[in-house]
Design a protein around this ligand. Structure first.
Ligand code: ADP
Length: 468
């Protein structure tokens, strides 16, 4: 079976979150499971620089304001499967991030930029590459949400579409007056059975309505998004599609995230020899200028700073954390108020709280390895990867019972800090008390490190979904 994955991010070239990790790791896992998988991504500068051994597959001519679009196929440095790259400099050759300019504002033409991603992926399903044709076009998140729509609009397109929701809160909604720019049938722009969402064009809704199957990244989140509380106003649409909706927990790249040989870390360790973990902890405390104390529970956080991630709850609980004798290191960027709040806390308690604002892959590994417990107090979490990295590194997850956190953590390997929101205080105290008993803590670490979260079983579930 041939599968092409359409996405706006891919690790290690373009990443703003877990989507990039999944798009890099799932296709090779499908290869190992016996399928043939490729990816299709926009030709941002980082992608064009990494592309080699490429040939032009087809030209699309002027599309979506780009005078020229060339679909190329080749290898991307650091990516384990073959890649189609959409070479359209007018849309993608920009200095900023994948979605936003350097000043933080979304590009004004994101509708066109990501319509082209869906369009090109759909064209592959229709046979744009004479040498390789996908049976399934697997579109990820709103950026690729139009692929199922373009496929549904073309009766000659024989491939089937799968649409995966990585985060329902980001929907790709645009002014309804722009619909005509998409070249889709007028009938697609309606509220029932179409992609109109409160008089907007919704790429996310298009994926949900037109995808032959819909997936999301954990079983609990698959249930949650059909409720008003978590459904981001799309819950009724998702309830209608409930029979075709599947929740498949993400795996992690166990080569990239491996305490046995992590090049970013001070020392190596595994579940039979944890001495290296203590060395990683001391190195981390040193790196952040904290008191180098083995006995203090060191909490770690690696995150986007957004309301979703619940870091305001942690900020509010810092007095409890400090009173209980614990320490905290945090790496994150995003909401300026939260950045300010954590910076101030670190200034006021420099020996106990360390904060780095920014994005730093190596430091993320050192925090996951060196902390005793990794905090993910998210209000909602489709899957979450950091708690999975934590499990693998014996760094006990401290999470809210929601989405993929509820599906991957239990009391034998971690801590639940709610809901309700006030529970975080009690849970911090509970974790600190338990940490004073090194034998019990170590039992949990060893149990956590024994949990399997590689991609093999999830890849099998995706293959079953494709087979349907
Ligand atoms: P989301 O996609 O909602 O941000 P996930 O837990 O699914 O959350 O994935 C987050 C990914 O991004 C993980 O690989 C995590 O290590 C990484 N990450 C998040 N923030 C940072 C940061 N500031 N520096 C380095 N890596 C980060």
């Amino acid at each position: 079976m041939n599968i092409v994955h359409a996405a706006a991010e891919i690790h290690p070239l373009v990443k703003t979150g877990g989507l990039a990790d999944v798009v890099a790791a799932l296709p090779p896992a499908l290869l190992r499971a016996g399928a043939d998988a490729r990816v299709i991504v926009p030709g941002y500068p980082a992608i064009m620089r990494a592309l080699h051994a490429a040939h032009a597959v087809t030209e699309f001519g002027p599309r979506f304001n780009a005078p020229q679009v060339t679909l190329r196929y080749g290898r991307l440095e650091g990516v384990a499967v073959g890649a189609y790259v959409i070479d359209a400099p007018a849309l993608y050759d920009r200095a900023g991030g994948p979605y936003d300019a350097a000043d933080g504002w979304a590009y004004g033409d994101n509708l066109q930029r990501f319509a082209l991603l869906g369009y090109a992926a759909a064209k592959l399903g229709a046979g744009a590459d004479p040498l390789w044709r996908p049976d399934v076009v697997h579109a990820h998140d709103w950026h690729a949400g139009l692929a199922p729509a373009y496929m549904a609009a073309d009766p000659a397109n024989t491939a089937k579409s799968v649409f995966t929701i990585h985060n329902l809160a980001y929907q790709g909604n645009f002014w309804e007056g722009e619909f005509h720019k998409l070249g889709l049938p007028d009938a697609f722009m309606r509220p029932y059975g179409g992609m109109e969402f409160w008089r907007q064009v919704s790429f996310m809704k298009a994926g949900i309505v037109f995808g032959r199957r819909i997936g999301t990244v954990s079983p609990t989140y698959a249930r949650e998004i059909t409720t008003a509380e978590f459904g981001c106003s799309l819950d009724s649409v998702l309830r209608e599609r409930a029979a075709d909706l599947r929740g498949i927990l993400n795996g992690i790249d166990t080569d990239l995230w491996n305490p046995v040989n992590d090049p970013h870390c001070a020392a190596a360790y595994d579940r039979t020899n944890l001495a290296g973990k203590h060395a990683c902890k001391l190195a981390l405390q040193r790196e952040f200028g904290l008191e180098e104390r083995k006995d203090a529970l060191l909490f770690g956080v690696v995150t986007r700073l957004s309301h979703q991630k619940g870091l305001d709850l942690l900020l509010g609980a810092l007095p409890t954390l400090l009173a209980s004798g614990a320490q905290l290191v945090m790496l994150g960027a995003g909401d300026p108020q939260l950045e300010h709040g954590f910076r101030s806390a670190a200034q006021a308690h420099a020996s106990r709280i360390g904060v780095r604002i920014g994005y730093d892959e190596g430091l993320a590994h050192r925090i996951v390895a060196g902390a005793d417990s990794i905090m993910v107090p998210s209000r909602f979490e489709p899957c979450g990867l950091t708690q999975l990295y934590g499990l693998r590194y014996g760094t006990l997850p401290f999470v809210r019972r929601t989405g993929g956190l509820a599906d991957s953590v239990d009391e034998r390997v971690g801590f639940f800090c709610g809901p309700p929101e006030t529970a975080i205080h009690e849970t911090i105290k509970r974790a600190v008390t338990l940490h004073r008993d090194p034998d019990r803590w170590q039992t949990m670490m060893v149990e956590a490190m024994g949990r399997e979260h590689d991609w093999s079983s999830s890849a099998q579930r995706y293959l079953q979904l494709y087979a349907e």
